[in-house]
Design a binder for this molecule. Sequence first.
Ligand code: NAG
Ligand code: NAG
Ligand code: NAG
Ligand code: NAG
Ligand code: NAG
Ligand code: NAG
Ligand code: NAG
Ligand code: NAG
Length: 462
Amino acid sequence: MSIPFFLLWLLSSPLFSLAAPSPRGYFINCGSKTDIQQDGITFLRDEGYALAGNLITLNRTDILSLLTTLRYFPHGPGKYCYEFPVTKGRKLLIRTTYFYGGFDGGIDPPIFDQIIDGTNWSVVNTTEDYKNGLSSYYEIIVIAIGKTISVCLASNEHTKAPASPFISSLELMNLDPSLYNSTDFGKYGLITVARSNFASDGDFLRFPDDPFNRYWQPFIDGNPTVEAHANVTTSGFWNQPPAKIFLSGSTTSRGKNLTLQWPPFSLPSNRYYVALYFQDSRTTSPYSWRVFTILIDGETFYQDLNVTTKGVTVYGTEWPLSGDIEVTLTPRSDMPVGPLINAGEIYQILPLSGTTLARDAMALQIFKQSLRNPPDDWNGDPCLPIAHPWSGIRCSQVNPVRVISLNLTGLSLRGILPKEIARLTALKELHLDKNEFEGPFPDLQDTFPKLRELRRDSADGV
Ligand SMILES: *[C@@H]1O[C@H](CO)[C@@H](O)[C@H](O)[C@H]1NC(C)=O
Ligand SMILES: *[C@@H]1O[C@H](CO)[C@@H](O)[C@H](O)[C@H]1NC(C)=O
Ligand SMILES: *[C@@H]1O[C@H](CO)[C@@H](O)[C@H](O)[C@H]1NC(C)=O
Ligand SMILES: *[C@@H]1O[C@H](CO)[C@@H](O)[C@H](O)[C@H]1NC(C)=O
Ligand SMILES: *[C@@H]1O[C@H](CO)[C@@H](O)[C@H](O)[C@H]1NC(C)=O
Ligand SMILES: *[C@@H]1O[C@H](CO)[C@@H](O)[C@H](O)[C@H]1NC(C)=O
Ligand SMILES: *[C@@H]1O[C@H](CO)[C@@H](O)[C@H](O)[C@H]1NC(C)=O
Ligand SMILES: *[C@@H]1O[C@H](CO)[C@@H](O)[C@H](O)[C@H]1NC(C)=O
């Protein structure tokens, strides 16, 4: 289960200085025919990034223009993807934003799955936010395992026909290699659960304060707050938090424990990555430091942390958590000042499902490119996730995942059947009738020792 990580302004915030360079990555205004500027970032129209789907414009003037357009996809078993060329190995923060707006004439937003490459990322359930007049967003950090990365939507058992998956905007931000680098991104993705700026009741902190356009949500509770008297240079921090998160902190008086109920919702039992950020708020001097111990749900997270005006971060890479979480900072007994905290990040660790064997995936890519009318769900990983392979394709479910059957009967495909089909060496079945393939038919029987069944309908001119 994933955690709803939500809430977003609906109206634009005050003017941005355009001096800051745009974050690097892709910023997509889904369903739009035009590019728009928002908060100093250019959001491109989505043409060319998605193969399928329809565009809708919500006729509303009271919401961010980014939210006034959306793309929706057919209801059905297929997955529908946005695909982006990327540098292999690049670390990316991906954010999907949803605002239903009753585009299909319904009352409640459709519920569906979102998928990253071959991995089921999470359910998209924006019901609660939409009821409260809010848009919703989800984030995940992954690295590109190939030269393209795909972000897909698919119906699930809660997507009641004719409801269909939709999306308002999509962002892929390039992260520097040092960010969150204690995680093995070959095996895991990090789903954002909360990224909080403690003792702040202002706006979201984001670009240009955060060059990667991470959203730092204000978090305020009953604890006393302090303001920093020294600036922090954050370049030495691997996660490169924006310096502004250190400007406000939650604290308590001398000798007392500081307790936070954070994140402010219950967590499903899982393993989490947790990073916490601290700075002594006083003017820099030889005495401006304080020592305290950090506990999460009663477990020692860090013993006797020495926090100075330079700031410090501590993190746990795989912390098991569940339910309501309490963070306690216990001052060392001789400390003349109380403990304090400025910001925190918590991510759910998502095991990745891998991908289809690259050789098979590449052969299918070539096949797809040789077709003039490829099926509109032939995007993203061909076999994975298991519930959403390309239409007409069946795969083995053991590692490595291979294509074992192509049943293209009746898909009315036009184009050439390329000889690269022969590279699908695990293929056991091939059904090609009721299509309109042209040109010479590649010699497959020889190259497919495992092929049991090869059906072609000569009446249709295969
Ligand atoms: C918005 O208005 C346009 C033009 O008047 C119309 O074509 C479109 O269907 C409307 N969209 C919705 C969701 O009602
Ligand atoms: C995808 O994952 C979510 C949990 O995040 C789960 O509820 C959903 O059923 C999964 N979808 C499929 C098709 O397995
Ligand atoms: C979607 O969210 C609503 C509101 O939080 C909840 O009542 C409903 O059970 C959720 N549906 C699914 C399928 O998770
Ligand atoms: C993370 O990045 C920093 C800065 O580049 C480097 O010093 C550190 O060794 C890296 N840690 C891991 C676990 O790779
Ligand atoms: C911190 O930085 C801000 C803006 O760069 C500057 O206005 C302020 O004087 C600095 N504060 C200290 C204590 O150096
Ligand atoms: C503060 O937390 C510590 C655990 O670190 C606990 O032993 C102690 O009783 C707490 N003090 C108060 C006043 O709650
Ligand atoms: C904490 O760090 C400061 C600055 O580096 C140092 O002067 C002080 O002795 C340290 N305190 C402890 C208890 O290590
Ligand atoms: C192939 O697909 C067609 C159309 O979906 C279906 O009618 C047929 O039963 C399938 N054949 C096999 C062997 O699965």
